[in-house]
Design a protein around this ligand. Structure first.
Ligand SMILES: NC(=O)c1ccc[n+]([C@@H]2O[C@H](COP(=O)([O-])OP(=O)(O)OC[C@H]3O[C@@H](n4cnc5c(N)ncnc54)[C@H](OP(=O)(O)O)[C@@H]3O)[C@@H](O)[C@H]2O)c1
Length: 329
């Protein structure tokens, strides 16, 4: 039986952990189905400094201590990518439900044992692919399914960040899984799988520009599906993130859909074949956008599910296998 509220343990104290806690506190106040119960850091001082202003009652100086706390129902793993799979397995074995940041591993082969463990332990596991629960993305998907743009022929999706090189940042550190593809390229790849109907491309070409350490700073991908659908995708961590390079465009035979800032979209636009705006769907976040994945975990756990029907284990594995293919590993 899942307890209410779900008592969350937060693993790591970085940027995304802050955002997640903001959404979790929002949901705790809104419905009481979740509660921020504990946070763990590699340093007790950091854990306490994170816990105190957020009113999180328990702070631990190691991730192990948080996993060992029987009062923690679910953990949110927010470390750099290289630790995701190992910590997920540890948490599942300790009897916790797991919401793990993307990507769950650096390579697909390290992902499979996570799913094997979730299955063996009978525990909930989900990759925190928050875009899957975004109302504007889901509106675009229903427009496509309703035939509002005719047969979908072309997907264009780019996610450019413009960061200054910093060897201390996880983004530029190969050991921590740095690079554009795993950090932001995962979003255009996920967008392609969503709109291609959860299918892998039948043909794939890619180009990655790597720095001396092997980290990719820029990449381009071309996907082709036997249905005739094609996709052009790219991502970068050191190139200008102007509007055009941060949107999703879906071109159908009779119309188009545009999602500005698609991975955190608060608006979807439906256009006719000649560019006339037919409909604008506006969906400002209730909090910061992470509340939707928290609601999904609450819903699944309340129903005793071990996997989300929206962000399935196979969905995550498919994207990871595509990311392997893009890097030819
Ligand atoms: N869903 C989203 O929108 C979204 C957005 C941003 C990031 N993410 C994902 O979330 C993860 C964390 O990203 P972030 O931006 O929060 O990173 P970050 O600010 O660098 O924080 C990462 C945290 O991980 C812990 N950590 C453990 N081992 C570490 C190591 N060797 N080096 C550095 N930090 C280490 C640290 O916390 P302690 O010192 O407290 O242990 C650190 O604060 C990434 O996998 C990323 O893909 C997702």
């Amino acid at each position: 039986m899942t307890r209410t509220p779900i008592r969350w343990g937060i693993v790591a104290t970085g940027g995304i952990a802050e955002k997640f806690c903001e959404a979790c506190a929002f949901e705790a106040a809104r419905t009481g189905k979740s509660a921020l119960y504990a946070v763990a850091s590699r340093s007790l001082e950091k854990a306490e400094a994170f816990a105190s202003p957020r009113g999180i009652p328990h702070a631990y100086g190691s991730y192990d201590e948080l996993f060992a706390d029987p009062s923690v129902d679910a953990v949110y793993i927010a470390t750099p990518h290289n630790l995701h799979a190992e910590l997920s397995i540890q948490a599942l074995r300790a009897g916790k439900a797991v919401l793990c940041e993307k990507p769950v591993s650096i390579k697909a082969k390290d992902f499979y044992p996570v799913i094997d463990t979730a299955r063996a332990e009978g525990r909930f596991f989900m990759e925190a692919m928050w875009m899957k629960f975004n109302p504007a993305v889901n509106k675009a998907l229903s427009w496509v399914k309703e035939g509002k743009i005719g047969t979908l022929k072309f997907i264009r999706c780019d996610f450019f960040l413009n960061k200054t090189y910093d060897p201390a940042s996880r983004l530029f550190d190969p050991v921590l899984g740095g690079g554009a593809l795993l950090d932001v390229g995962i979003y255009p790849v996920t967008a392609a799988t969503i709109f291609a109907g959860k299918k892998k491309p039948d043909h794939l070409e890619s180009y990655l520009e790597r720095d001396a350490s092997g980290v990719d700073r820029y990449n381009r991908m071309q996907f082709k599906y036997d249905s005739g659908l094609t996709a052009e995708l790219s991502s970068a961590i050191t190139l200008h993130g102007i509007g055009e390079m941060r949107q999703l465009v879906l071109i159908g035979e009779t119309g188009a859909i545009v999602l500005p800032l698609f991975w955190m979209a608060e608006e979807a636009r439906l256009l006719s074949g000649d560019g006339e705006m037919l409909e604008t769907f506006s969906a400002p976040f209730d909090c910061n956008g992470y509340e939707y994945e928290i609601r999904e975990v609450e819903r699944c756990m309340a129903q005793g599910l071990t996997e989300s029907p929206v962000q399935t284990w196979d969905d995550s594995i498919m994207v990871m296998e595509i990311l392997d293919a893009v890097r030819r590993i």
